[in-house]
Write a protein that binds this ligand. Sequence first.
Ligand code: BG6
Length: 300
Amino acid sequence: MMDLAGLNARFAIQDALVFKPGPGGLVVAEVENQAASALIALQGAQLMRWTPRGEEPVIWLSGAARFTPGKSIRGGVPVCWPWFGAHASEAGFPAHGYARTVPWEVLATEAPSATQTRLVMRLVETDATRAWWPHDTPVECHITLGETLDLELVTRNAGREPVTIGEALHTYFHVGDVERVQVLGLEDGEYLDKVEGFRRKTQSGPVVISGEVDRVYVNNPAACVISDPVLQRRILIDKHGSESTVVWNPWIEKAAKMGDLGDAGYRHMLCVESGNVADNLVDIAPGEQHRLWVSYRVER
Ligand code: BG6
């Protein structure tokens, strides 16, 4: 892996992007362009902040987050890959896959304009990752930061056998008061209710949060909107290559047990995750690739 000086010599962009030591010894890329500021940890290719100019933060990062090499950071956009939730057969394998807890390397940076900065990263495979996932599937994360945030996860099957992956961009959105927001776009959608042992249900009306919510909306390529009357804004979530949307808020008791969500953390976050999970795992044929793309934008 390249050290900070090497990263900056090769990939820093004047007036837009610099690599720095981050909390807990993690290396971060700090982006400041004319449209937004952002912070990305190289561990996990995990976006930690994206704030368009003049806006409240759009992405929530827990005030009690722990920053430890090899551990997922609570908040931001953890990348869940190549499985979502518990591993199908190996109870000891990491939840939500391993992509979020291992180093990624920088492949390229670019400033297409003064209002856009792009960072391309690739997961670094090691003996440890191969023990969890013995397939040849290079995965890249392409992040474009500006007034809009675009994230793309590209998985290529470089092996000789078909592979099946689960994945999600596990985005924690910052909301004024989770009890007052509505998620629009999932009306009439079928979902698995993880709070009730994965019972299959149908959404009626907008999603509202007044207790623990942990739902996997399946067969659902729809764009969503988080309508936030307290921050007086709407967050628009557009996506391609994603058939599932996960909506999650742990609420009071679960949040208290987690220990890294902060005292009133659950009130100011809502995860709306775009991916392919449960019914919607993705088969990738040898030589083929799959792209999961999301785009977030704030509207007032
Ligand atoms: C959500 C899952 O996506 O992530 C929840 O649906 C889970 O069941 C949550 O609790 C957080 O997971 P983790 O591993 O980051 O604590």
